[in-house]
Design a binder for this molecule. Structure first.
Ligand code: BDR
Ligand code: CA
Length: 401
């Protein structure tokens, strides 16, 4: 947790639309979109392109509710710009036996039982589940208690549901992932063409500035690093909203008071969860409230001017004994490859190979080079306008916006 909230005043460069049709259809457009701000246009550092050209935007929200997941889901369900095709809970903050009913509770609270909820993975791909009850409480909602849901999940499992919806609307569906990436990786593994027809993926996950569960890893990637690696290497245009920015989204008493004052079921539920989470933080010695990591991913999709993005090649450490789940970002423009001032002006930097660890004697690999030259696969959020974010979040939840 950060003791201070830093507020970045960023240049507002709105997403300028040129060819919605090109963006919306072919898999080629998706490949192009991974490296350009708009299809057919050169990449401009910092330009935010998380949102497609026209709404409402079809999305699937993959989630592990979770205190901040809960507010993110409520925000999404209160946002007319989104056509939520499904919510797909996964094991993460708490086991699936809790994330699934929590998601069902939230659709009921929001009066959105029209949204199908499909049960996802109970465990990560190859690891034992590690939960975060230390932050989200035993019930995943910070101890805030709500009635048992009466709504049932659909029969289709989450990964299959993701495949079906993306296939039904090729080039139109954005995956908003705010939990471990097990469901999405399973979907990608089961359908080789899927990655080519997903519109994009906006992820709360990862960090280029240290972790929150280990010094190296952010929680969502830590829980299932193998799944995250599959996603980062899939070719889907990814926007990574990681700890670099989500650490600047601490919920305050003032926010909760505004929610409490608004007399609607969503604001009351959000206030109850927020109040419990702030108290939980205090009891555990934190001076600030919990970060609203997941809501920032949703908000950045709703309003691209909240985040400033930069192209990176991101990959995930999966073999480290201490570092599994670390996200590594390569960017010649940021000078990350050599960390030398002035490097950003050096055209040669863009042609530097992307290297992994030196090959071991036992390995069949002879070279550490992973890619011959820099190719971005992810737009990483590097700055956030926290005030604007909270205006949107609290405004939507309280019903004033
Ligand atoms: C992420 O981990 C979870 O605990 C939160 O819900 C969020 O998705 C932050 O690291
Ligand atoms: Ca989450």
């Amino acid at each position: 947790m950060d003791s201070k909230q830093e507020i970045f005043r960023i240049t507002r460069r709105q997403f300028v639309t040129s060819s919605a049709a090109v963006l919306a259809t072919s898999s080629l457009a998706h490949e192009a979109n991974a490296v350009t701000a708009l299809a057919g246009q050169p990449s401009e550092q910092g330009k935010s392109d998380v949102r497609p050209a026209r709404g409402p935007f079809r999305v699937i929200i993959d989630t592990d509710p979770g205190v901040d997941d809960a507010l993110a889901l409520l925000l999404a369900m209160r946002s007319p710009e989104l056509k939520i095709e499904a919510i797909t809970p996964v094991a993460g903050n708490v086991p699936l036996g809790l994330t699934l009913p929590n998601a069902l509770r939230l659709v009921e609270i929001a009066g959105r039982t029209d949204i199908p909820v499909a049960a996802g993975a109970r465990t990560p791909l190859v690891r034992r589940l590690v939960t975060a009850t230390y932050a989200h409480g035993e019930n995943g909602l910070g101890g805030a208690v709500f009635p048992e849901p009466t709504t049932k999940p659909v029969a289709t499992p989450a990964a299959e549901m993701i495949c079906q919806i993306v296939r039904k609307y090729p080039g139109e569906v954005t995956l908003i992932t705010i939990g471990p990436l097990t469901n999405v990786a399973t979907a990608i593994n089961s359908d080789p063409e899927l990655a080519g027809i997903v519109r994009g993926l906006v992820m709360m996950g990862g960090s280029l500035s240290g972790g929150n569960i280990t010094p190296a890893a952010e929680f969502n990637v830590y829980v299932d690093p193998e799944a995250a690696r599959i996603v980062f290497q899939s070719g889907i245009p990814i926007t990574m909203v990681g700890l670099d920015v989500t650490r600047k989204t601490s919920l305050t008493d003032d926010h909760v008071r505004t929610l409490e004052a608004a007399q609607n079921p969503v604001s009351q539920a959000a206030a109850k969860i927020g109040r419990n989470a702030i108290n939980h933080n205090r009891e555990h010695g934190y001076l600030v409230g919990p970060n609203m990591h997941d809501s920032l991913a949703v908000a950045g999709f709703l309003d691209p001017s909240i985040l400033k993005l930069q192209d990176y090649y991101v990959d995930v450490e999966t073999t480290g004994e201490l570092t599994a789940g670390e996200t590594l970002g390569y960017s010649p423009i940021a000078g990350d490859l050599r960390r030398r001032p002035g490097m950003e002006k050096d055209a040669a930097a863009a042609n530097m190979p992307i290297r992994g660890s030196a090959p071991t004697l036992a390995s069949t690999k002879t070279s550490p080079v992973l890619r011959d030259k820099f190719v971005p696969n992810t737009k990483v959020a590097i700055e956030v306008d926290s005030a604007k974010f909270f205006d949107l979040l609290i405004g939507r939840l309280s019903g004033s916006k």
